[in-house]
Design a protein around this ligand. Sequence first.
Ligand code: ADP
Ligand code: MG
Length: 737
Amino acid sequence: MTESAPRRLSQLATISVAELKNVGDRRRESLASIGIETIFDLLTVYPRRHVDRTRQVDLSDLTIGEEVAIFARVDRSSSRRTKQGRSMVELVVSDTGGSMSVVFFNQPWRDKQLPVGTQALFFGKVTDYRGRRQMSNPVVDVLVGVGGIERDPSRVGRVVPIYPASGKAGLTSWEMGGFIEESLRRAGAFLDPVPDAVLDELDLIDRTSAFRGIHLPEEYADITVARRRLVFDEFLRLQLLLVLRRQRLEETEAGVAHDVDVSDLDVTPGSLSSSDSSLVRRFLAQHRFALTGAQRRVLREIFTDLASPRPMHRLLQGDVGSGKTTVALASMLAVLSSGRQSALMAPTEVLAEQHASGLRRDLGDLRRPDPHVLGGERPLNVQLLTGRLRAKERAAVLEGLATGAVDIVVGTHALLTEDVRFDALGLVVIDEQHRFGVEQRAVLRDKGRGASRDAIDPDVLVMTATPIPRTAALVLFGDLDLSIIDELPAGREPIATTWCREPEEVAEVWAHVRAEAAAGRRSFVVCPLVEGSERVEATSAVEERDRLVAHELAGLRVGLLHGQMKGPDKDAVMDDFRSGALDVLVATVVIEVGVDVPEATVMVIEDAWRFGLAQLHQLRGRVGRGSAASSCYLLGEPTTEDGTARLEALVGSHDGFVLAEEDLRLRGEGTLLGARQRGRSDLKLAQLLRDGDLLVDARRVATDLVTEHGASGLSADLVDELRLFVDDDEADFLFKS
Ligand code: ADP
Ligand code: MG
């Protein structure tokens, strides 16, 4: 490594850690075992935390119960086994102010790590054990070995970075720090691929200072600004890749500009009588209700996409009950106006059937132009395609799709089979997209070019009622445009949510269910999640229904719905519940998504704390869909802290987006982002909750850079850096000119 020319990250990624002074074969292997092979890998191992030695506590002023860092020397050390057979290493450590005991359970190797004479930082909570101050299982950073070999004095300065030590690889934080420090020193200055104007605007420091600031801070304040710059870089790279991918897709796609008119959306019910205007106008004029402001806004976004020749890739997020189906329907009609078909895919048969019958109802007697028939018009043709159709029915639907006699098809996975072909597929709508994989989305989209007579790439709209925070959406679905319905239809009463813990409260719940039934309204009872198979869960739902019928709900008409039932049986039960032939539906979580029964006003969730927060919010969303006041009752006593937190969150908010943020906080972003992490995952420092603003900035900068210059116009330095984070195939797709 020479020290003159500024370093690119890509260069550092070609230099092996073996180049470092203290790294021989053994260390190289240890580092490799935790994924660190190059200088670049090392420099992006960030400190787990920093310890401000100026704020370090003295043993003379310890407070019991406090978490502190103590720099002390090991005076005595012994190891033994406890009565339960656990290994225990016990130390007495001291500084000038006094002494305390430190114990480690099940960490026999501490014995060798911390011989008498070692000086180390111990972090942990101070407790009182039989009148003596003690820390058990503290985090340890050895600063001065037995021989008194001082670590580089600059590193034992005021702010000490603590790296993730690896017991398995036999690497201490101290050693990691040493390697990183040497790497930094020898790397010298870093090349900075981010334009100065961007750095100025966002008040970000240069890259060289950032790497130094996080690894070798002079003072605490250095860390914050350093971190901010490095986090921005992580986000910028990710967003550049997403925006580029998106642009590449558009270049390689053959879309079509549908003949839609955004001003059609201004029509309100009853405001129009002429029958010769567009389908969208006629639909809105005859509709049961006026669009909400939010529905109108997202439809404008969608119509603008439809009118453009590039295919739409849009994610529509809207809380449960916000009216996404109407948005989908208006979009399908717009596409139909230019003579193209639409396909709506739902995750379950119950939902597909509900959508099909809802669409037929909402379309009423709308007619579409048809030059082949007398009078030039015919009724709209909506068909259902699920795995349950008999061969003959199925053949008829397939025939209609291929000839263009069917305008809208609603279905399940059955839409994806090879024999489904279209005349002219113009729009694909996917409901509850989290239930489908990316590949299934692609299969349906490819029906446009691959299985349609007119071979275009259809527009794609994916809908979800499981809101994810906007920041998470930018990371997870950054290659989709985002529309959000952030308003519920007027007149909805909030759903009164109560967490019932006492037997008397639970008794009132059942009394309420009975009262609603007497008034002609309906209730759901959701059975506890049961570990094991769907069969076990079904059995327990059957038992619960029987128990309720025998006791709390005696005399009511109570139906049962679970995942093990046959399709037609499920339909029959849903029909009975919809029509009012049943008062109560006892169900497993199969009813979680989408089911729309406006007369249902009570949702009882047993052992509610076992469900995830998003799931609970979905379940609650099954009621409150009509104008009557609705209630949601959460039963059960949580056995976990998180369970309690989820129930409190649900009682405290009705807003799916607020709950999604809370869910992110409770579960951590690991679970959420897990699916996305592949290849060389680049979000090492960034945290969505903490750094959301920077992410939004990075998105904007990425979009500006790409639209300004196009892929080929990005600076060579940036492209060079991005290549580090994608595999060869992806790089070819993104960067070849
Ligand atoms: P989502 O799929 O977003 O959960 P739906 O599309 O099922 O919501 O709509 C929920 C309920 O609200 C349905 O009964 C629907 O008919 C009704 N609805 C939708 N849009 C409106 C509106 N603008 N005004 C009044 N009711 C509406
Ligand atoms: Mg829906």
